[in-house]
Write a protein that binds this ligand. Structure first.
Ligand code: AMP
Length: 142
């Protein structure tokens, strides 16, 4: 299977075997390996083999394959480490703190009081503002 690649991308180099990784899993369109800067012990990444910078630029079947690999890794993490919780995180763009512009999903086991700033406080939103955003998205989805 051929994939789009970018010679300057660190994940493309890992996919091509030009850089080492702690490889957990691989199939035709995805690869999973340990994150070298783990947010918590067991932090892993499910990565598209093709170079797609963000979710909107990724073919749906590749998104599906990455999601399945993330689930496979998440199951292994849960079974192995029995974490207090687990987050799947997928960042798009600088504003979302994406540092590697190549589609991937973080699989992050959570510890009690680990202080990771992934969660936000649930504050009730303004109904009218929610409805306005809803209407804009409805239009984009139709
Ligand atoms: P993001 O900031 O969401 O784009 O996530 C990119 C992740 O890739 C970060 O958590 C990095 O620690 C991780 N990372 C960067 N280079 C490598 C590498 N060579 N091997 C494994 N993980 C890496």
């Amino acid at each position: 299977m051929t994939h789009p690649t970018d010679g300057t991308c660190i994940f493309c180099k890992i996919v091509a075997g030009q850089l080492p990784c702690f490889k957990l899993y691989e199939d035709a369109s995805t690869i999973a390996f340990m994150d070298i800067n783990p947010a918590n012990a067991g932090h892993a990444l499910a990565v598209a083999k093709g170079h797609y910078p963000t979710i909107d630029a990724t073919p749906p079947e590749v998104v599906a394959a990455v999601a399945q690999t993330a689930q496979r890794v998440a199951r292994a993490v849960m079974k192995t480490f029995n974490p207090f919780g687990l987050n799947l995180v997928q960042a798009n763009g600088e504003g979302a703190a994406q540092s590697v512009p190549h589609l991937h999903v973080h699989v992050i086991p959570r510890q009690r009081n680990d202080g990771l700033a992934l969660n936000w406080q649930a504050v009730p939103g303004d109904r009218a503002a929610i409805e306005a955003a809803y209407k804009q998205l409805q239009t984009a989805l139709s």
